[in-house]
Design a protein around this ligand. Structure first.
Ligand code: MN
Length: 495
C-alpha cells in the first residue's frame, strides 16, 4: 500500500481581518488532527495554509500536481472565498478533488451569535460560491456534505480517498496478454488505445511460450516448497484419484504460479489474461495458480478479456489494506435459478475465481476440463461469502466506454453442489433478478464482471466520472422504463 496523502485546503479571504483568519487556520488544524485520529480514513490528511489569494491557490494546486504522494485535494470554505480567485488554480488541478461541505461548529450558538460569528462561519454561503465555479468550469469533483466529526461523514471521505487512489493508480495498471481475445467473442473486445487515453492502462501482448519458458525455469526445490504450502493450507479432495499423480498436477500449478509471478514482476505487469485455447507449452490451464495470483492483488480476465483484468486490478488497489475486507474477484454469470422466491445467478468460471471471496473451507480439486486439450488442472474450490456486493462490467460501445454497476445480494445456494468442480458465488441482482438482468442486457453488460464486496456503487460511479466515461447503475431504484430512457439520454450526451 503506497503512502498516499490528501491535502486539506481551507478557503477564505482577507476581508475579515487577521483574528478571523487565525481562527480559520486553528479550526482547520483541529479538523485535520481529529480526522487523522478518527480511524475512519485509510490515508493521512495533511494540513495546508489557508488559501486566500488567487496566486496562493494556483501555487498550491501546482504543488499538489507535482507531489507524487498527494492523491487528492480536500477543499472546504470556512468563510466566503470569492470563486473567481479559484479559477486559475482549479484549471491547474490534475488531482482528484473533494469538496467537503461542512462547518467547524455543529450547533448555532443561539445565545452568543452575532455578525462576527456569522462572517467567520459561513460555509453555507462560501461553499455555494465555491461549488458554482466547478459547475461553471464543467469540472469533475466529489461533494460530501455533513458534520466533519460524524463517523458516517468521515467514512464517506475515506471511501472517496480509495476512489481517488483508484483514479491515480489506474495510470499504472499494465496488463499482460498471453493470448488474444477469444475468437468471435464481441463483448470482451475493445479499443486498447482509447483505454490507454481514458484510463492510462498499458495493454501488451507476449507469446504464451515466453511465459511458459519462465514456468519451465522454476526449480524443483521452489515448486516443492510451494506445494507443501498448498497442502498445509488447503484441503485435498482426492476423490479416488491417484495420490502421486494428484500431487504432480498440483506441482504444475505451483510452477505456473511462481513462473508467472516472476515473469510479471520482471516485466512490471499487474494484471494478466489467459485463454484456455491458447496455452502453448503450458501443461495445464492456469487455475490454482491464477487464483493465488489474484489473491495477491493481480488483475485477471479469462479468454483474453483485458478490460475486466484491468478493472479487477483497479478494484484490488482501491480495497488495498482494508480492514475486514471480504474480497474482490474476476467473475462470470453462468446459470440461473428461476424458482419463485429463490431467484439468482450462479457465478463461477472455468477455474479462475479469487479465494479472497471464499467463505469457510478452501479445497484443491482436479477434474478434466471440457474445453482445451491439456491435463486435468488443479483448482481451488469454495463457496463465496454472503452479503451485499457490486458486479461491474466495462464495455466498449465503439464511441465510448460504459461502466455498468449492479448492486447484488450474495447468498448461500440452497444445497451443496458436490459434482461442480469450481468455486462459486450465488447472487440476486437488485432490484430483483428479472429487472436486474433485463437492465444489464439493455445496457450491453458482459458475462464477465469485476466483482467486490468491499466497494460501493457510489465509489465505482465516482471512479467512472473521474475517468470521463459513462456509468449506469442498476440498483434498488431501477425501473426498466427509466433505465432505457437513461441509456438514450446518455447516448446523446456522449455523442
Ligand atoms: Mn469466461
Amino acid at each position: 500500500m503506497k503512502k498516499y496523502q490528501f491535502w486539506f485546503c481551507t478557503g477564505s479571504q482577507d476581508l475579515y481581518g487577521d483574528e478571523c483568519l487565525a481562527h480559520v487556520a486553528e479550526h482547520s488544524r483541529i479538523m485535520v488532527e481529529k480526522l487523522n485520529q478518527s480511524g475512519n480514513l485509510p490515508y493521512e490528511v495533511v494540513w495546508k495554509p489557508t488559501l486566500i489569494t488567487s496566486d496562493l491557490i494556483r501555487k498550491t494546486f501546482y504543488e499538489a500536481n507535482g507531489d507524487p504522494c498527494c492523491a487528492g485535494v480536500i477543499t472546504w470554505m470556512h468563510t466566503f472565498s470569492p470563486a473567481k480567485s479559484w479559477i486559475a488554480g482549479l484549471q491547474e488541478c490534475r488531482k482528484p478533488l473533494l469538496h467537503l461541505h461542512t462547518q467547524f461548529n455543529r450547533e448555532i450558538p443561539y445565545d452568543e451569535i452575532d455578525m462576527d460569528f456569522m462572517n467567520e462561519n459561513q460555509s453555507a454561503h462560501g461553499d455555494r460560491e465555491y461549488g458554482h465555479i466547478f459547475s461553471r468550469l464543467g469540472m469533475e469533483r466529489k461533494v460530501i456534505m455533513g458534520y466533519w466529526e460524524d463517523a458516517v461523514v468521515q467514512k464517506r471521505i475515506g471511501a472517496w480517498m480509495r476512489t481517488a487512489v483508484g483514479v491515480l493508480e489506474s495510470r499504472n495498471v499494465r496488463v499482460m496478454r498471453i493470448a488474444d481475445n477469444m475468437r468471435n467473442v464481441a463483448v470482451t473486445e475493445g479499443d486498447k488505445v482509447e483505454a490507454q487515453i481514458k484510463f492510462g492502462w498499458t495493454v501488451d501482448a507476449y507469446p504464451v511460450n515466453e511465459i511458459a519458458e519462465a514456468v519451465q525455469a522454476v526449480s524443483k526445490g521452489d515448486i516443492d516448497i510451494l506445494v507443501e504450502e498448498y497442502y498445509s493450507k488447503y484441503e485435498i479432495l482426492l476423490e479416488g484419484r491417484n495420490e502421486k499423480e494428484f500431487r504432480e498436477h498440483v506441482a504444475v500449478q505451483a510452477g505456473i504460479e511462481i513462473g508467472f509471478e516472476r515473469f510479471l514482476e520482471e516485466k512490471n505487469y499487474q494484471a494478466i489474461v489467459t485463454h484456455f485455447g491458447d496455452l502453448g507449452s503450458l501443461k495445464q490451464l492456469p487455475g490454482l495458480a491464477i487464483q493465488r495470483l489474484m489473491e495477491k492483488g493481480y488483475g485477471f480476465g479469462g479468454e483474453g478479456d483485458w478490460k475486466t483484468a484491468a478493472m479487477v486490478r483497479v478494484m484490488k488497489i482501491m480495497t488495498e489494506g482494508m480492514k475486514d475486507a471480504k474480497g474482490t474477484s474476476f467473475m462470470e454469470d453462468y446459470t440461473y435459478n428461476l424458482v419463485p422466491g429463490k431467484e439468482g445467478v450462479l457465478e463461477a468460471h472455468m477455474l479462475e475465481v479469487c479465494p479472497s471471496i471464499a467463505d469457510g473451507r478452501i479445497a484443491i480439486k482436479e477434474q478434466p476440463l471440457s474445453m482445451g486439450d491439456r491435463e486435468d488442472p488443479a483448482r481451488l474450490v469454495f463457496m463465496a461469502k454472503e452479503g451485499p456486493a457490486i458486479a461491474t462490467s466495462l464495455i466498449d460501445l465503439g464511441n465510448r466506454f460504459r461502466l455498468i454497476i449492479n448492486e447484488v445480494d450474495c447468498k448461500k445456494t440452497e444445497k451443496p453442489m458436490p459434482k461442480l468442480p469450481v468455486a462459486t458465488a450465488f447472487w440476486t441482482p437488485r432490484p430483483n433478478l428479472q429487472t436486474g438482468a433485463e437492465a444489464w442486457i439493455y445496457a450491453g453488460g458482459a458475462h464477465h464482471t469485476a466483482f467486490s464486496y468491499d466497494l460501493t456503487a457510489e465509489q465505482m460511479g465516482d471512479w467512472a466520472d473521474a475517468m470521463g466515461i459513462e456509468a449506469v447503475y442498476i440498483d434498488q431504484d431501477t425501473t426498466i422504463r427509466r433505465f432505457r430512457n437513461e441509456l438514450k439520454w446518455n447516448s446523446v450526451y456522449y455523442r
